[in-house]
Design a protein around this ligand. Sequence first.
Ligand code: ZN
Length: 310
Amino acid sequence: MVRFREGARLDTSGVQDRRGGGGRAAAVGGGGIGVLGLIAFVLVQVLGGGGGGGSSADVANILAQLQGGGSGTADNTELAQQCRTGADANDSADCAAVAIVDSIQDYWTEALPAATGTGYADTQTVFFSGSVQTACGGATSGSGPFYCPGDQLVYVDLTFFDQLQTQFGARGGTFVDAYVLAHEYGHHVQNLLGTNQRVTPGETGPTSGTVRLELQADCYAGVWANHATTVADDGQEPLITEITQDDVDRALDAASRIGDDFIQTNLGGGTVDQDAFTHGSSAQRERWFSTGFQTGDPAACDTFSTDDLG
Ligand SMILES: [Zn+2]
């Protein structure tokens, strides 16, 4: 089980707690469209100069789910009191999420300039409960965690991590949460690099840019995981002291349950429709996380230049 350095100081400035009242609220059922939006990358060209008429299916999905209100204001007071040290992260899933965000950003701050020459810009993860307003429109928990390029924020209702187990049958665990968060920060890295401009909004299918973007985010998550126990935090020591084979197995198990084919078969219409793929198959998601994890090299994640996506 992934462990955090007991004495490490946690920095909650990497998150915005907009849950109101703190703690985990009741899960919102994620059926239908919501499930298809799982771990969605909301590709918005509006602010990127894409002009009118190009709204992506993802955005349409999100907007369709707009239930209004519920945006909440950020208040980290409770979180800052609750999540002070690595020991707190070992005891609390919420504090673990704070620590994971910290670790992921420590890694990319170091690695992105080295690998690409492009600097990394810190960004926050918004913890929300039920529904949330974003620069990409309103969203609900049913969308699953997502990244919004418009405001460059990661959004997650932490109850999603429970849903992964109850609805998707994943084994779950802290390292699964880490995989999901690292995937979303992978989208932030893509946004910084301009990679999303290589994708036609709304494009779907097994070799579509949309799928290549998602598989690359999985690969980036694996790359972080490779370095997670060695990258130094502000205290010049690794924040994560241990990742076990069981952790990695659990991440792969989760990846296998959020592939398009698994979702279509088990939570959708029951049949696989490759033309509708947006994230890649379960096998592909496992493969690209593994590629990142085994190589630890962002350059190994070039899903756009290969004919073999797995
Ligand atoms: Zn994604």
